[in-house]
Design a protein around this ligand. Structure first.
Ligand SMILES: [Mg+2]
Length: 216
């Protein structure tokens, strides 16, 4: 995919597969993050959810469309009972997929729309706001970086790299936040000092997209 400016449905599936592999490789680290402030299942439930999503996508008939891929992957997440985050990824894929459903290719603008619509979905479905110490704290900076890159007419790979950096910075910033949602919120100020696992896995997604488009 080196240097591409438009993503086909097949490229998109390849990127989702890379994310699935990355999440599987990092699942122990993600669960370790979750053990500090939650129930310790984030890595395993994300790995299970992504695998179910890819299994559903791999069962699709050709030719692939963005809406069919997103709907199948979302179904995989719903059926995998992937902890608290699984339903959020189902929402991400449904909302993102709806935003690009008429596209045959995704350029930077369309991809920015995908992630923006997904972010709105996370916010509504998770009833979360920025600063609550959730995946939103990685996701929204990434969306903002994509928007800025589009305004600056950057190349797709460079834009995704900006998004990944913003997401990583956002995930790191959750370390200083007190959780206001979910199991971690019961710890109150004691949740400070730990990165939110959902923000960490969201940053992995953006980093993997950036690497996938850059390295092919
Ligand atoms: Mg958990």
């Amino acid at each position: 995919m080196d240097g591409i400016e438009e993503i086909t449905p097949a490229d998109f599936v390849a990127l989702l597969r890379l994310v699935c592999q990355r999440i599987a490789a990092e699942q122990d680290w993600l669960s370790e993050l979750d053990r500090a402030i939650g129930d310790g299942d984030h890595g395993s439930s994300m790995a299970r959810g992504w695998q179910a999503a890819l299994d559903a996508v791999d069962a699709l008939p050709e030719p692939l469309s963005f809406s069919a891929v997103c709907a199948a992957a979302a179904r995989g997440f719903v059926n995998s009972a992937g902890g608290a985050t699984g339903p959020l990824y189902a929402t991400i894929l449904m909302r993102g997929g709806a935003a690009v459903k008429d596209r045959e290719m995704l350029d930077l603008g369309a991809l920015a729309s995908f992630f923006d619509a997904a972010g709105r979905g996370i916010r509504e479905r998770g009833k979360s706001e920025p600063g609550d110490k959730t995946m939103l704290d990685a996701w929204l900076p990434a969306v903002a970086a994509l928007d800025a890159a589009r305004t600056d007419h950057k190349k797709l790979a460079e834009a995704l790299n900006d998004a990944a950096e913003a997401a990583e910075k956002g995930a790191e910033a959750t370390r200083h936040m007190a959780a206001r949602l979910g199991r971690a919120s019961r710890l109150g100020a004691r949740s400070q000092g730990h990165i939110d696992p959902g923000a960490a896995s969201a940053a992995l997604l953006f980093r993997t997209f950036a690497q996938g488009v850059t390295e092919g």
